[in-house]
Design a protein around this ligand. Structure first.
Ligand code: HAM
Length: 423
């Protein structure tokens, strides 16, 4: 039998690379948690009807990319392709509005889309994101965008350009859609095959096309921000006012329509300046003022974003900012078989002080254990042999300088602890 491999479009995340992955989840917890977003954990799969209603039955993610199947009980379920609709479902299931508005939640979760795998595009990706429901205040939109900007700054992605647009509310978007279709229909023959199909079902997605033929047609097509109603225009101006006030740079991008049908008003995307255009979207989001209602809840506006962890890791690599993982501070070596209990006690004691520490678990010869310590990149080796056992001491050897000294156990623990976890 051939070697078993992870399914196409999925990856194992192995240590130590996984430390960087987790560090990003921690960063999101910190940045979003600090701003009042509590963590929500929803199931990995939902009734398929949720995505039909929430994202749209005609939406290309729903029709072409979902992992959708009947379970053994005959229920139609779908692995979540994104986080927003499931979070809205949870809000409706638990009437979370009873506890006051806005409802603010954060998540870190795997998403599943049957896409053609390529660099930065996988079938199971991971997002950290936030959603805020129950307010349509422009200050909230700006705060949300600002939190994403802070995340990218702290993650050192080497520059993330912010693109901003407004899709208008459902009314002005519907009017614009008619205008757009009317303008493009006479030139439909010049559009790519994909865009001709979209013209019938999901015309605004044509803005997403990178095909030069489509770009030529779009060059003089009507643009959504020029056709917003006065309230939506005012809303956008206020969002921009806050961003300007905080010095957050952005580019107005009338073609930014995003991939889901639920978006209304503010939409935005952060693009990496270090990655190719096929995978440069690091994260994106926007308002979805009709979504909660469309899945059976009350009429509550909402806004949020999702950030792709795999993309952020790629951007960090491209920017040369792959944060180093914490090295091993201490490797504990028991010289003789009878030194093993003392060695294990010592490794547990220094770990309890917050020091990264490891041991060989068996006394297989001093040379083999020192080799092991070197392989792990330990900064210090703590040796326990006959002399140390007799004196209730350990010998601490600095692996960089080669300096070593025998000191009492209590003093050794204190010394390792004060040097910090990775020293
Ligand atoms: P999205 O733009 O589809 O939005 O995904 C968010 C981010 O997830 C993307 O910017 C990208 O970094 C990453 N991503 C998406 N698909 C893949 C893939 N196949 N492989 C690797 N990374 C991927 C949403 O999912 C919305 N739910 C965001 C949102 C939240 N809007 C409002 N609230």
């Amino acid at each position: 039998m051939a070697d078993l491999q992870p399914p196409r479009g999925t990856h194992d995340v192995l240590p130590p690379a996984s430390e960087r992955f987790i560090a990003l989840e921690r960063l999101a917890d910190e940045v979003f948690g600090q701003a009042g977003f509590g963590r929500i954990i929803t199931p990995m799969f939902e009734d398929s009807a949720l995505f039909d209603r929430g994202i749209g039955e005609q939406n290309e993610v729903v029709t072409k990319e979902t992992y959708r199947f009947r379970d053994r009980g005959g229920n139609e379920v779908t692995l979540r392709p994104e986080g927003t609709a499931p979070v809205m479902r949870a809000i409706v299931s638990h009437h979370l509005w009873d506890e006051g508005l806005p409802i603010k939640v954060r998540y870190a979760a795997a998403m599943f889309r049957y896409e053609r795998p390529q660099k930065g595009r996988v079938r199971q990706h991971h997002q950290v994101g936030i959603e805020a429901v129950g307010s349509d205040a422009p200050a909230l939109d700006a705060d949300i965008i600002g939190l994403a900007a802070r995340f990218f700054d702290a993650a050192q992605v080497g520059g993330a350009a912010l693109l901003l647009n407004s899709m208008g509310h459902l009314g002005c978007r519907a009017e614009y859609r008619e205008l757009f279709v009317a303008a493009l229909t006479p030139r439909a023959g010049s559009l790519s095959e994909d865009s001709q199909r979209r013209l019938a079902h999901n015309p605004l997605r044509i803005w997403d096309s990178k095909d030069p033929a489509d770009q030529a047609v779009l060059a003089d097509a009507p643009r959504l921000p020029d056709h917003l109603c006065s309230e939506c225009s005012q809303h956008l101006e206020e969002v921009r006012g806050f961003l300007d006030d905080w010095g957050i740079a952005y580019t107005m991008s009338p073609g930014l329509v995003r991939g889901f049908d639920y978006y209304t008003r503010t939409t935005f995307e952060f693009q990496s300046q270090a990655l190719d255009s096929a995978q440069n979207a690091l994260g994106g989001g926007g308002r979805y003022d009709g979504l909660v209602e469309s899945i059976g809840g009350p009429s509550l506006p909402g806004i949020g974003f999702g950030i792709g962890i795999e993309r952020v890791l790629l951007a960090q690599d491209a920017a040369g900012n792959a944060a180093a993982t914490e090295p091993l501070a201490c490797f504990v070596v028991g010289v003789r078989d009878e030194d093993l209990p003392a060695a294990m006690r010592f490794v547990r004691a220094v770990r309890a002080e917050g020091v990264n520490a490891d041991a060989a678990y068996a006394t297989r010869g001093l040379k083999a254990q020192m080799k092991h310590a070197n392989r792990l990149g330990a900064r210090t080796v703590a040796l326990i042999g006959a002399d140390e056992a007799a004196a209730d001491a350990v010998t601490l050897r600095d692996m960089t300088t080669g300096d070593q000294a025998m000191i009492p156990v209590v003093e050794a623990i204190r010394r390792l602890a004060t040097k910090g976890p990775s020293t």
